[in-house]
Design a protein around this ligand. Structure first.
Ligand code: ADP
Length: 620
C-alpha cells in the first residue's frame, strides 16, 4: 500500500521534447486514479516516471512520504501492466505468473500460494496449464494482471491494458479491473486515451493535453464543470457544441449573439461569472451539450431558442441524436433528445436551450468564465455594506468623483475578522474546500472559500484593503497592491563550478540578469533550470516574481525612485517604486521612506518566482 505525490514534475527528452510539464498530483493510498488524454499527451511518460523506467527531469516524486526520484524501479514495489501483455509464449499460465517470483528466489510454496490465489481472483484456476497461444485476448490480459498481483505490489500501474481487446471484452474487463481494485484495495494508476473508459472506471480522473494537466476531478465534475475548452470537448458523446459568440452584459442580464440569434438570460443564471474578463473581451466560446437542448414545436414566452436545419437523424433506441446546422448558417449543431420518431431529415425545428447548462469559455485563454471557485467578487461600492474600507487618502479623493464605482474583492482579500458580519446563505463543498455565499444586506453577496467546515450561519470577516481595486464601467480606476511584483529578465552565461548529484563540475551555466542587476542562483536552481531549458537558456525570457512583503530596501540592488507612499491603515504601508520603466511595490515601515527618495531594491536569487515566458512554464 502506498500514497504518491508528484510535485511540479517535468520530463524533457534528450531531443528537447517536453513530454510532461509541471505535473502536480496527490494520490491517496488505495485510490484508483486515471490518466486520460489524446495520444502523445504524456500519460505513459508520467506512468513510466512513477515506475522508475524514465528519469524525472525536474520536480519530485514521493512514495509513502519518501522522495523516490532516484530509487531503482524494483525498490519502488510497483507492478506495471502493459497493453501488449508480453507473456512468455513457451510458458504456461502458471509459469508465466510464477516467473518473476522465481527470479527473486521466493520460496516455492509461497510462489504456489500466491499464483493459486491470483488465479482464483482472476477466474484462471482451470486455465493454469494452458499456453498463451491457446487463450483469448481477455484471458491473456488476465494472466498479465495475475503476474502483477502475485508480486503484492503497493501500486499497480496499468498502461492502456485493454486497448488490444474488442469492445465487448473491454467492457467486461473494465468491470473486472474495478472489482479487482475493490478486492485488493491497493493504489491503481490507470492510463487510457478512451474517455468512456476513464469515466466508467475512475473515481479521480486526471485529464492531460500536450504534457499539461488540464483538470483533476471526479467523473461527473468533469462533465458538469469542465475548467476549460479542452476538457469540455474531451468528455461527453456526442461532443459538446461549440460556438464563437459575442457577449453583452447589462445591469441584470447577459446575452450572447451567435449565428444571428440572441440568447439572453438573467445574470443570476451565472452567479460566478467572471464579469471583468468578459467586459475586457466579449468574444467567448459557448459550449452547449447536445443533451441540454430540446426540440420544441413553438417557443413560449421566455424560452431561449434558435432554429436548426436537421439533415441527419440517428435513432439509438431510447434516444434520438439530430445533426444539422443552425438555420441560415454553416454552424453545425447536434441535439440529443429522448426517442422521437417524428423528427424528419431536411426539416427545420425550433431548438430550446437550457441556458443554466451553457458553458462560457474565454476565447483568449479557453478557460471557463464560470469557475466553481471564483477568484474574486465584483460588487457595487456605493451600496452600504462594503463602503468604509480604509484606503489611502489619494484614492478616497478619486472615488469622490465617481458616480457608480464597483469594487473587485479577491476571495483571498477576505479573512476572518470582526469588521463585517454576514449571513451565510449557501455552503457548497468543492473538492476539499467550502465555498460560502455571504449576504451583507442591500443585496450585496460575496463568495468566500474556506478549507474547514463553518458551523452556524454567520461569518465575521475583514477585507484587506490593499488587495481590492476599483472600477468604473469595467475600467480599472484604482489598482490594488499586486500579489507579486513581476520583472522580466534573462539568463546570462557564466562559467563556474556547480554541484550536480554530489559531484562538483566546472560548467558553462548562467546567472540571472534583471535590468542591470546580476545575481547568482544556487546550484539546485541552476540544475533544475538547466535540465529544463538546456544549452539554449540564453534565448529564453524569464519573468521573476516576488511579493511586496518580501522586498528589502537596502544600499545595493535595483535602483529605483519612490513615487508614492500608500497607507492602508496600521501595518499596511506600501511604497510604489519606479524601477527602470516598471512599477514595483514594497511593504515598508511608514516613517522610513519618503516620496522622491532614491532606493535600492535588493533581491534574493533563491526566493524569486521564476517563469519561462517562452515555454510558459513556472519553474519555481
Ligand atoms: P501518451 O502516453 O499520452 O500517448 P507519451 O507519454 O508516450 O504520450 O509521449 C509524450 C510525448 O513525448 C510525445 O510527444 C512523444 O512523441 C514524446 N516521447 C515519448 N517518448 C520519447 C522519447 N524516448 N524521446 C523523445 N520523445 C519521446
Amino acid at each position: 500500500m502506498a500514497d504518491l505525490s508528484l510535485k511540479h514534475v517535468y520530463k524533457v527528452y534528450s531531443d528537447g521534447t517536453i513530454a510532461v510539464s509541471n505535473f502536480h498530483l496527490d494520490i491517496e493510498d488505495g485510490e484508483f486514479v486515471i490518466l486520460v488524454g489524446p495520444s502523445g499527451c504524456g500519460k505513459s511518460t508520467t506512468l513510466r516516471m512513477i515506475a522508475g523506467l524514465e528519469d524525472i527531469t525536474a520536480g519530485d516524486l514521493f512514495v509513502s512520504g519518501q522522495r523516490a526520484n532516484m530509487m531503482e524501479p524494483k525498490e519502488r514495489n510497483m507492478a506495471m501492466v502493459f497493453q501488449n501483455y508480453a507473456l512468455y509464449p513457451h510458458m504456461n499460465v502458471y509459469e508465466n505468473m510464477a516467473f518473476g517470483l522465481r527470479i527473486q528466489h521466493v520460496d516455492k510454496n509461497e510462489i504456489d500460494n500466491r499464483v493459486k490465489k491470483a488465479a482464483e481472483i482472476l477466474g484462471l484456476t482451470s486455465q493454469l496449464k494452458k499456453k498463451p497461444k491457446d487463450m483469448s485476448g481477455g484471458q491473456r490480459q488476465r494472466v498479465a494482471l495475475g503476474r502483477a498481483i502475485v508480486r503484492n505490489p503497493s501500486v499497480f500501474l496499468l498502461d492502456e491494458p485493454l486497448s488490444n481487446l474488442d469492445a465487448k471484452l473491454r467492457a467486461s474487463m473494465r468491470s473486472e479491473i474495478r472489482r479487482l481494485h475493490n478486492r485488493l484495495k491497493t493504489t491503481f494508476i490507470y492510463v487510457t486515451h478512451d474517455q468512456v473508459e476513464a469515466m466508467t472506471m475512475g473515481t479521480k480522473i486526471v485529464v492531460m493535453n500536450k504534457g499539461f494537466v488540464q483538470q483533476v476531478d471526479a467523473p461527473m465534475n468533469l462533465y458538469d464543470y469542465p475548467e476549460n475548452l479542452f476538457v469540455a470537448g474531451f468528455i461527453g458523446t456526442p461532443q459538446m457544441n461549440f460556438y464563437n459568440a459575442t457577449a453583452f452584459l447589462s445591469e441584470d442580464k447577459v446575452s450572447f449573439e451567435l449565428g444571428g440569434y440572441k440568447l439572453e438570460t438573467s445574470l443570476e443564471t451565472y452567479p460566478k461569472l467572471d464579469k471583468l474578463t468578459l467586459l475586457k473581451n466579449n468574444q467567448v466560446k459557448l459550449g452547449i451539450r447536445p443533451e441540454h437542448m430540446s426540440i420544441i414545436t413553438k417557443p413560449s414566452k421566455g424560452d431561449v431558442y434558435l432554429e436548426a436545419e436537421i439533415n441527419l437523424v440517428e435513432v439509438l433506441g431510447n434516444e434520438t441524436v439530430c445533426q444539422g446546422n443552425i438555420k441560415g448558417t454553416d454552424l453545425p449543431i447536434s441535439i440529443k433528445i429522448n426517442r422521437d420518431d417524428s423528427i424528419r431529415e431536411g426539416e427545420t425545428y425550433f431548438v430550446k436551450i437550457d441556458m443554466s447548462k451553457v458553458h462560457i469559455f474565454s476565447s483568449e485563454t479557453t478557460n471557463t468564465l464560470c469557475p466553481r471557485i471564483p477568484s474574486y467578487n465584483y460588487v457595487s461600492y456605493s451600496k452600504k455594506g462594503i463602503a468604509g474600507l480604509e484606503i489611502p487618502e489619494s484614492y478616497q479623493e478619486v472615488l469622490k468623483g465617481i458616480k457608480n464605482p464597483s469594487v473587485k474583492i479577491p476571495l483571498s482579500a477576505i479573512c476572518e475578522g470582526t469588521t463585517y458580519k454576514a449571513k451565510i446563505v449557501n455552503k457548497e463543498q468543492i473538492k476539499n474546500k467550502y465555498l460560502l455565499t455571504l449576504e451583507l444586506g442591500n443585496g450585496v453577496r460575496l463568495f468566500k472559500d474556506v478549507d474547514y467546515v463553518i458551523e452556524g450561519d454567520t461569518y465575521t470577516f475583514d477585507i484587506k484593503p490593499e488587495m481590492i481595486s476599483f472600477f468604473e464601467d469595467g475600467e480599472e480606476i484604482i489598482s490594488s497592491i499586486p500579489e507579486n511584483n513581476l520583472l522580466k529578465g534573462v539568463l546570462i552565461p557564466s562559467k563556474r563550478p556547480v554541484t550536480i548529484n554530489g559531484k562538483v563540475k566546472k560548467m558553462k551555466v548562467f546567472d540571472y540578469q534583471i535590468q542591470d542587476l546580476v545575481i547568482r542562483p544556487n546550484d539546485d536552481r541552476v540544475n533544475k533550470i538547466y535540465a529544463l531549458l538546456g544549452k539554449k537558456f540564453h534565448l529564453h525570457t524569464i519573468e521573476f516574481s516576488f511579493a511586496p512583503s518580501n522586498v528589502v530596501l537596502s544600499n545595493e540592488g535595483l535602483k529605483g525612485k519612490v513615487e508614492e507612499i500608500l497607507n492602508y491603515g496600521e501595518n499596511a504601508t506600501f511604497a510604489k517604486i519606479l524601477v527602470g520603466d516598471v512599477h514595483i511595490f514594497a511593504k515598508i515601515n511608514s516613517n522610513e521612506t519618503k516620496v522622491g527618495e532614491e532606493v535600492f531594491v535588493s533581491l534574493n536569487a533563491d526566493e524569486l518566482g521564476v517563469r519561462d515566458v517562452n515555454f510558459n512554464v513556472i519553474i519555481f
